[in-house]
Ligand binder design. Structure first.
Ligand code: SAH
Length: 229
């Protein structure tokens, strides 16, 4: 069973977008994962295909109606679907590499993209939507956020980006930021590749990289060191 992503959105034409390019696109073509974007408006019931209404209690903007969204979720993900249901939301739990890895090893995800002021709370509660945020800023809609989530997840699906070791050293995988990377030419604008990296001494290289990772993390993201298991 490959990883399957179902996306509920007012803009299905935005998908797969960047997810169809490069290794992720190749992974899709190889059947390692697939994606289906569903138009929320198709579940509207009135002549105008209305999906939103004004916020109860007043205020600016519009809110996605719970009945329409619930029907879309129930159709895309009927009872017994093992996939987690996710709502992209600035109020959600911040996305982490650990959550991306969990999702990549699971059956897929059903992802709701909000628009306007967001979605009616009753559908979040009633359909047990897991709210995930991609950062402390507000986007105009959940589509780009869903792409960020899926890009982080899909590259971790076994087979998409190479062997099981290919992620081991990356930023966040071990709770640290990655060490600096270099490649040829040996000399660039008067700057040489650090000698240790061309020494051929693998023990020394590993120690240098670990040291660099630690220093970089201490300077840029001391919060990661504090939160380390
Ligand atoms: N009024 C809401 C913001 C709505 S933004 C609030 O203040 O919390 C419209 C939609 O964009 C949201 O429903 C959500 O799906 C998406 N979105 C915006 N910012 C996001 C973020 N940082 N992470 C994930 N989704 C986000």
């Amino acid at each position: 069973m490959s990883f399957s992503a179902a996306i509920i959105t007012l803009f299905p034409e935005l998908f797969p977008g960047p997810l169809g390019a490069s290794v992720l696109g190749r992974g899709m073509a190889d059947g390692l994962w697939w994606l289906q974007a569903t138009q929320l408006r198709d579940f509207a019931t009135d002549r105008h295909r209305t999906v939103d209404d004004t916020p109860s209690g007043g205020g600016a903007g519009m809110v996605l109606k719970p009945d329409i969204l619930a029907r879309a979720i129930d159709t895309v993900s009927p009872e017994g679907d093992p996939r987690p249901r996710i709502l992209m939301s600035p109020r959600g739990t911040p996305l982490t590499q650990a959550r991306a890895r969990q999702l990549a090893l699971g059956p897929g995800a059903v992802i709701v993209c909000g628009r306007f002021e967001g979605v009616d709370q009753r559908v979040i509660d009633g359909r047990q939507l897991e709210e995930i945020s991609i950062g402390d800023y507000v986007l105009a809609g959940g589509e780009v956020a869903a792409m960020v989530l899926l890009e982080a997840v899909v590259r971790l699906i076994p087979g998409v980006l190479g062997g099981p070791d290919s992620h081991a050293d990356e930023s966040f995988e071990n709770g640290l930021l990655e060490y600096p990377q270099y490649t040829r030419p040996q000399s660039f604008e008067g700057l040489d590749i650090p000698a240790v990296l061309t020494s051929g001494d693998h023990g020394k290289i590993a120690r240098w990289r670990a040291e660099q990772s630690k220093t970089l993390t201490a300077v840029r993201r001391p919060d990661l060191l504090r939160d380390r298991p």
